[in-house]
Design a protein around this ligand. Structure first.
Ligand code: 3PG
Length: 218
């Protein structure tokens, strides 16, 4: 969290990735959790927040965070189609993350001004995303699809692509990914555990976010 991000200027995917070592992947079932959860992460030094479109409350949560927590930059995860991209932008999201890649989702995010981290798990998917001009990608599901060894293998042919590995990443293995030259940040759900939300344990979320500071030097 080193630079100010102008709230009106469009973000680039690289800005989204470079802000902190970890992008939290967040699942919210209760709109009342959104603002205190976001403030708790910001208090721990994490402000780039991916709220997944996996619950009926997700868009309202994005809207609440965008309105009430200007220190945070809220994005939408699980963006799978044009309608998701439009709804996310309307709710105030500033970036999008997708679990896979289609040209339709890439174009939809461009049309509504959302920086996109497209999800890829194979060389062909990387090539499709690159053909459409995307060079900062989410490697998903990272551990299940090959982990750090896969990223090392990709660094040869895809020397001009940078990744945010997500899926099975934890504080314990994040450094293995972040040590790779083609990794800018990682994504993970461990910063916002479901039971911490259920108990409104905001101090725990702040601590989990603060614990990721050790990864900055990686
Ligand atoms: C997801 O989209 O669910 C992310 O990959 C989170 O994965 P994790 O729960 O293993 O961090």
């Amino acid at each position: 969290m080193t630079t100010a991000l102008n709230a009106s200027a469009p973000l680039t995917a690289l800005q989204v990735m470079q802000d902190a070592p970890v992008i939290p992947v967040i699942v919210l079932n209760d709109v009342a959790h959104a603002v205190p959860m976001a403030r708790a992460l910001v208090a721990g030094g994490v402000r780039m927040l991916e709220v997944t479109l996996r619950t009926p409350q997700a868009l309202a949560c994005i809207e609440a965070i965008a309105r009430a927590v200007p220190e945070a930059v809220v994005g939408a995860g699980t963006v799978r189609c044009k309608a998701d991209a439009q709804a996310a932008a309307n709710a105030g999201a500033r970036f999008a993350v997708s679990p896979g890649y289609t040209s339709a989702v890439g174009q939809a995010c461009r049309d509504v001004g959302l920086a996109l981290l497209p999800g890829v798990a194979t060389g062909s998917e990387i090539m499709m995303a690159q053909e459409d001009g995307f060079t900062e990608l989410k490697f998903f599901p990272a551990m299940q699809a090959g982990g750090p060894a896969m990223l090392k293998a990709w660094s040869g042919p895809f020397f001009d692509v940078r990744f945010c590995p997500t899926g099975g990443v934890s504080l314990q293995n994040a450094a293995d990914f972040l040590a790779l030259p083609n990794v800018v940040c990682v994504g993970g759900s461990w910063l916002v555990p479901a039971d911490a939300l259920a108990h409104s344990d905001w101090a725990r979320i702040t601590q989990l976010a603060a614990d990721t500071r050790v990864l900055r030097s990686t």
